[in-house]
Design a protein around this ligand. Structure first.
Ligand SMILES: Cc1ncc(COP(=O)(O)O)c(C=O)c1O
Length: 441
């Protein structure tokens, strides 16, 4: 293969998202095809996918069952509006999702991404309180270091300061719980032991400060991903659920990365046995082959908003491509693949092997913490004096040269491979990473 056959001749025009544009364009890392666990880089090298793309290609790349379903759908019905009209696949998919997730989540609202799912979830929470006669409940509570996408609502409730700094004040009244990262939990295998209920009690502090009757919803990632993987300490999420119930506050789980098998279960809600009022989805929903997201809501929320409205449109919200036929076809095929190949079960079976191998990196150069749950892992490196993030970026660049895709947030390496990974590929992933850590200063 001609090493440069697929290399664009001008990289300037594309303003790349969440990317150091100048540095990338000086040393591009291009992927030109993908199959199973591997990308092929522009120079023909195979790159092991240690991140399922961006936590989204859970069934591995290019599964012919998903590709075929999209091709077939494109030929049969390329598009039909879901405003006042509809097409069968969107209804089928909503039914399938309600079968997959805890039975209390009875309705699915479709979006095109995780960011849109989050903004939709927040708007649905507000609409619920209005319909319920509690329109003073407008405060949205997020968590420090939380990531809820790039929409205005998601940015406001998000807690990664760097993501907010360029955009001025939040668009909606928000407050934040403390994050769940405690130094005494360093190198925990799986869920950390310390601080769970106490950290969740932070919500009681906000209730005291603002008054319960002003708080609409609390949104958390069950496991914070983008900030560098923070697994909640034992008891944290249960306690959050209890406090929300006590004060009539809706609990939203942002499951954009945790749903669809990442923890060996359909969702974190399922894994922890905690039922949120609202759940956001995206990424693994279509195996990332067509963009799609969704908001799952309880029957109570749907009934309150829909049944209490006068005749006509009940929720003034939606997207041209909500429930796009190609996305629905991809999602339905993806759900079949997850079931036929028992991929959630596979992830659950591999999780202890993954944990064991990951934690062997504890005494490797620069490593100051390791965190994991399910098929998620994080290796936190000490920052370089005066240059936070530089060591992480170098690790990412060196890993790509060595044939491995990893993701970094600051100096934390985040790993989330496709759920089809084999034990041999787990070994290749970590031994490559060990080599990379030895070569960076
Ligand atoms: C928890 C969470 N919510 C929302 C999003 C945003 O999803 P998208 O990039 O599809 O808009 C992400 C993306 O990483 C995420 O991790």
């Amino acid at each position: 293969m001609d090493a440069f056959a697929n290399r664009p001749n001008d990289l300037a025009s594309f303003w790349m998202p969440y990317t150091a544009n100048r540095s990338f364009k000086a040393h591009p890392r291009l992927c030109v095809s993908a199959k199973g666990m591997y990308y092929t880089a522009g120079d023909g090298r195979l790159i092991l996918d240690g991140t399922a793309g961006l936590w989204c290609v859970n069934a591995g790349h290019g599964d012919p069952r998903i590709v075929g379903a999209i091709q077939k759908q494109a030929a049969a019905l390329d598009y039909a509006p879901n405003f006042q009209f509809g097409h069968p696949l969107a209804f089928s998919l909503a039914n399938r999702l309600t079968e997959l997730f805890p039975s209390a989540l009875k309705h699915a609202f479709f979006t095109n991404s995780g960011s849109e799912a989050v903004d939709s979830a927040l708007k649905i929470a507000l609409a619920y309180h209005v319909a319920n006669g509690e329109e003073e409940r407008t405060l949205l509570v997020g968590r420090q270091r939380g990531y809820h996408g790039s929409g205005f609502g998601g940015t406001a409730v998000g807690g990664i300061e760097r993501n907010k700094a360029q955009f001025g004040a939040a668009v909606h009244p928000v407050d934040h719980l403390r994050h769940t990262h405690l130094p005494e939990n360093a190198f925990s295998k799986g869920a950390p032991d310390h601080g769970g209920p106490e950290l969740a009690d932070d919500l009681e502090r906000l209730v005291e400060l603002h008054g319960a009757s002003s708080i609409a919803a609390v949104i958390v990632e069950p496991i914070a991903g983008s900030t560098g993987v923070l697994v909640p300490p034992k008891g944290y999420l249960h306690r959050l659920r209890t406090i929300c119930d006590k004060h009539g506050i809706l609990l939203i789980f942002d499951e954009v990365i945790t749903a669809f098998g990442r923890l060996g279960a359909s969702s974190a809600a399922d894994y922890y046995g905690i039922i949120p009022d609202i759940m956001t989805l995206a990424k693994g929903m279509t195996n990332a082959a067509v963009p799609m997201g969704a908001v799952m809501t309880s029957g109570r929320i749907y009934d309150t908003v829909v049944e209490s409205s006068p005749a006509g449109i009940e929720l003034f919200h939606g997207y041209t491509y909500s429930g796009h036929p190609l996305a629905c076809a991809a999602a339905l095929a993806t759900l079949d693949v997850y079931r036929e190949d028992e991929l959630f079960e596979n992830a659950g079976m591999l999780a202890p092997i993954w944990e064991e191998r990951l934690h062997k990196l504890a005494d490797r150069p620069h490593v100051v913490d390791i965190r994991n749950l399910g098929l998620i892992g994080a290796v936190e490196l000490a920052p370089r004096e005066g240059a936070p993030g530089a060591r992480g970026i170098e690790a990412m660049e060196r890993a790509f040269e060595a044939g491995l895709m990893i993701r970094v947030t600051g100096d934390t390496i985040a790993l989330s491979p496709p759920l089809i990974i084999s034990e041999a590929e787990i070994e290749t992933l970590f031994s490559t990473l060990e080599t990379v850590l030895r070569t960076i200063d």
